[in-house]
Design a protein around this ligand. Structure first.
Ligand SMILES: Nc1ncnc2c1ncn2[C@@H]1O[C@H](COP(=O)(O)OP(=O)(O)OP(=O)(O)O)[C@@H](O)[C@H]1O
Ligand SMILES: [Mg+2]
Length: 391
């Protein structure tokens, strides 16, 4: 199965499992909270009755003992007893502000009564024909239980994000090591035979009959090409090798090379709207970028079509737009094409655009993306590079 499809499925399965766990936890905590609300309501009902009994019944040792027990049993639910007009008479399980006047304490209790009334309907009790009210609010445990799912949710989201970032970072670091290692090893391996080929080329160029043979010229071109490729590989992993270059010139050079190697049914054109903009770049690596994008464009055309390159400036950013007349990229694949191993070609490795992205973003601090694409309408890739102010 396609690795990206599999990855996509695994990601969705994990997200789905996460949602089920979170939803399950929310539902269960809500159920617990509802049960606790019911218990607290019953407790306060009993508490109110005990208050009523203690205040109004004829003194009976057993009843008085029982009522006191019930009243004392409430050690968690904050309650305030008020008279008919809502004036606080007494309170329980409420921490009153210390060292304040009676008025301030009353004010505090009245604020608490408002909070309590917003949470629960007060329970009315009768003291010798006079109505009193028992106001109460959720206990600390119940309040914590109500917030718990949200705290849990925040922690899960935060941990998942941190895990995702750490995993991605280590994955990227690992990929980077492999890339750099492979590229350096390739450059190293090519180095020795290349030196011999240089010597052979120079020898052929001086000695007859090779000197006048057109094959020698071709051989020289291929050796030079091999040299360019080796130079590209050796640049991977090196930092800070950027120099200010005329963008149009760099592109032109690469197009010239491509032109000589591609079918005459593919036309190339270039327009510079910048008046010779300069950008900091590594020519060797940027050539690789242009080549990879153009080669993909040619592959998308089935041999016949056009590639048009425009260079423009947007603020201080230089944009290189490479537009082809190929078959286009389906919308849902526009992001995937930059991932390593993604290819729709029989002989493709799916590495060209990954390399393009790494070179543009990591080596040049720029951006590369699909600016526009439509099925059978062609594709435009945009490369953004930091411009250099001309002096
Ligand atoms: N200009 C384009 N038009 C249409 N499809 C494109 C274009 N450029 C890239 N693609 C799609 O993106 C895929 C990935 O491109 P990439 O260059 O990374 O790999 P590849 O060309 O398939 O193989 P490789 O470059 O490693 O030989 C291609 O297989 C193709 O489906
Ligand atoms: Mg390619």
């Amino acid at each position: 199965m396609d690795i990206y499809k599999l990855n996509f499925r695994i990601k969705w399965i994990i997200v789905l499992l996460g949602i089920i766990v979170i939803a399950g936890s929310l539902v269960y905590t809500d159920y617990l909270a509802k049960r606790l609300v019911e218990r607290e309501r019953k407790l306060i009902d009993l508490y109110a009755k005990a208050l009523e009994t203690a205040a109004t019944q004829e003194p009976d040792a057993n009843m008085a003992f029982l009522s006191e027990k019930i009243i004392n049993a409430n050690t968690s639910v904050p309650v305030i007893l008020t008279d008919e007009t809502g004036e606080p008479l007494s309170s329980k399980n409420i921490v009153l502000p210390g060292n304040v006047s009676k008025e301030k304490e009353d004010l505090f209790l009245k604020q608490q009564i408002l909070l309590m009334a917003a949470q629960h309907e007060p329970i009315s009790i009768e003291f010798y024909g006079m109505k009193n009210y028992v106001y109460y609010k959720d206990s600390e445990i119940l309040t914590m239980l109500r917030y718990y799912p949200y705290i849990q949710l925040t922690a899960i989201v935060f941990l998942s994000l941190a895990g995702y970032v750490a995993f991605n970072y280590s994955k990227k670091a690992e990929q980077s090591k492999v890339w750099v290692g492979l590229a350096k090893e390739t450059a190293h391996q090519l180095g020795t035979p290349l030196s011999s080929l240089f010597a052979i080329r120079d020898y052929f160029k001086e000695i007859e009959p090779f000197k006048s043979d057109p094959m020698t010229e071709e051989l020289a071109k291929d050796v030079d090409r091999l040299n360019v490729i080796t130079a590209r590989f050796s640049q991977i992993g090196l930092e800070g090798k950027l120099t200010p270059e005329n963008v149009a010139n760099v592109i032109e050079e690469n197009i010239d090379y491509l032109k000589s190697r591609t079918s005459s049914y593919v036309s190339y054109s270039m327009e510079d709207f910048t008046d010779g903009a300069t950008a900091v770049m590594n020519i060797s690596l940027m050539g690789w970028v242009i080549e990879n994008i153009c080669k993909n464009a040619i592959d998308a055309m089935d041999g016949r079509g056009s590639i048009h390159i425009s260079i423009l400036t947007v603020k201080n950013t230089i944009c290189i737009d490479i537009k082809d007349s190929g078959k286009g990229i389906p919308n849902n694949k526009i992001k995937t094409i930059f991932k390593p191993g993604f290819t729709t070609k029989k002989r493709g490795w799916g590495l060209g655009l990954t390399l393009v992205k790494r070179i543009v973003e990591e080596y040049h601090g720029g951006k590369v993306y699909v600016l526009q694409s439509g099925i059978d309408k062609g594709t435009t890739f945009r490369i953004e590079l930091k411009g250099v102010q001309s002096t």
